[in-house]
Design a protein around this ligand. Structure first.
Ligand SMILES: Cc1cc2nc3c(=O)[nH]c(=O)nc-3n(C[C@H](O)[C@H](O)[C@H](O)COP(=O)(O)OP(=O)(O)OC[C@H]3O[C@@H](n4cnc5c(N)ncnc54)[C@H](O)[C@@H]3O)c2cc1C
Length: 407
């Protein structure tokens, strides 16, 4: 039993929107994607694909290309300014073949966009959707110029963490800004400093100074630097001399990479939100991706969760008897993991980004030990790999060390 072919609008051509539109169009629904930019483009730098996200890319036929374009990541290694290990997690503790993939966002975007264009979905660019009007069981989208498109049986809102539509369509939704964000740049990594051990690496000093290095393949690495959100306001200058001195003092071995960020224009800026919705949908309007569950990127899960949303939505429509039943099924399947990662990210973030030095002290004292503790280490590694379905429940990898998607 499946829901008959629907007219579907997808708002936003980011990771979640691209994947959802492709799965839904391939399943026979008539899909139109609305993207505000005239030329859809990736926002931001490198990201870490977990075994869960890789499984969704496999379902789209893109896993092999993502592995080739990106860099294999074997784990997460964090040290503090005294050189003490704060986090040390290896995917191999789950299975010898288990790994993540660091990938440049542009490369992932290109793969998903090319795949979307091979599907029957229609793409409308330069279309900023400012409102959604509901009429009974159907909904129309309204462009910034006032043009109405639709009605559609289903509108999938995937317009990202700073979604404007969320507050309009779902006023009780909460999306406060985290007090800290980051700047990042993608730089050549000719000497393979960052790629040598195939790790996402972090250097930390207290809770106010943090630098991350993620190999993203093709001889590139992405450098992250934590800053208070107030310092990230558009137009506010970044003092590059101070940044360089601070970064070199924190991580002298990374001098070759730090020196490559020549000026402030080389950095992109990001702020994050802690998004909580009272429900995934209001009638025929469904939120997915960061628009539904944006968090701080501390656990590196956002894109992976968005890819899973897309896959599960298509599966739920294939299994449900009508739209309402399919959306209820989607919510039941996505709730446990999304709730866990939202809570865990929120709980952990102040230990890495805040003005609370005691939390940094507690992190340095306890987290490295926890990574080795027999009871805690598997919880932390399955959390990193995107496998958790709750504080007490987790999925496992299959016999080949890969995540297997449910039907
Ligand atoms: C510093 C940082 C590091 C991160 N690292 C990782 C990581 O390692 N691993 C990971 O999985 N995730 C990571 N994330 C999170 C990840 O980037 C997001 O979870 C992911 O990009 C969300 O995808 P999305 O499709 O929901 O939204 P987005 O990628 O934000 O896409 C939204 C799309 O909607 C469009 N849009 C917005 N408003 C409108 C409108 N009104 N009308 C039409 N179109 C609109 C936008 O132009 C955009 O194309 C990181 C995030 C940050 C900030």
């Amino acid at each position: 039993m499946s829901v008959a072919a629907l007219e579907i609008a997808v708002v936003g051509c980011g990771v979640a929107g691209q994947a959802a539109a492709t799965f839904l169009a391939d399943a026979g629904h008539r899909v139109t994607v609305f993207e505000r930019f005239a030329e859809p483009r990736p926002l931001g730098a490198g990201l870490l694909l977990q075994p869960t996200g890789l499984a969704v890319l496999r379902a789209l036929g893109l896993e092999g290309q993502a592995e080739r374009l990106g860099a294999r990541i074997d784990g997460l290694l964090g040290r503090n300014d005294l050189g003490h290990t704060v986090i040390d997690l290896a995917y191999a503790d789950l299975h010898p073949e288990a790994h993540g993939v660091g990938i440049h966002r542009g490369a992932l975007f290109g793969l998903l966009q090319e795949r979307l264009q091979r599907s029957p979905a229609q793409l409308v660019t330069g279309a900023e959707i400012v409102d959604i009007e509901r009429d009974g069981g159907r909904a129309s989208v309204v462009e910034a110029g006032g043009r109405r498109q639709g009605p559609f049986n289903l509108v999938v809102v995937a317009d990202g963490t700073h979604s404007q539509l969320r507050a309009r369509v779902m006023p009780p939704a909460r999306a406060p800004l985290y007090p800290w964000g980051c700047i990042w740049a993608t730089i050549p990594d000719h000497r393979s400093f960052a790629t040598a051990p195939g790790m996402l690496q972090q250097r930390l000093s207290g809770t106010t100074t943090m630098m991350g290095l993620l190999p993203v393949g093709q001889g590139l690495a992405t450098l992250f630097w934590s800053l208070p959100a107030a310092a990230l306001e558009p137009g506010r200058p970044i003092d590059m001399d101070s940044w360089r001195m601070e970064a070199l003092a924190l991580w002298p071995e990374a001098a070759g990479l730090i020196e490559q960020v020549a000026d402030a224009d080389g950095f992109a800026r990001a702020t994050y939100r802690h998004v909580t919705l009272p429900s995934w949908n209001v009638g025929p309007v469904l939120f997915i991706g960061d628009a539904a569950h944006g968090t701080s990127p501390q656990l590196g899960q956002g894109a992976n969760l968005g890819l899973l949303d897309a896959y599960v939505l298509a599966q739920a429509l294939a299994a449900g008897t009508d739209l309402a039943a399919a959306l209820a099924l989607f919510a039941r399947r996505r709730d446990p993991a999304v709730r866990f990662y939202r809570q865990a990210s929120h709980l952990l973030t102040p230990f890495f980004q805040s003005d609370r030095p005691l939390l940094g002290w507690a992190r340095d004292a306890l987290m490295g030990v926890a990574c080795l503790a027999p009871g805690l280490s598997p919880i932390m590694t399955t959390t990193l790999a995107g496998l958790r379905r709750g504080w007490l429940s987790t999925d496992m990898l299959d016999g080949e060390g890969r995540y297997r998607l449910g039907s």
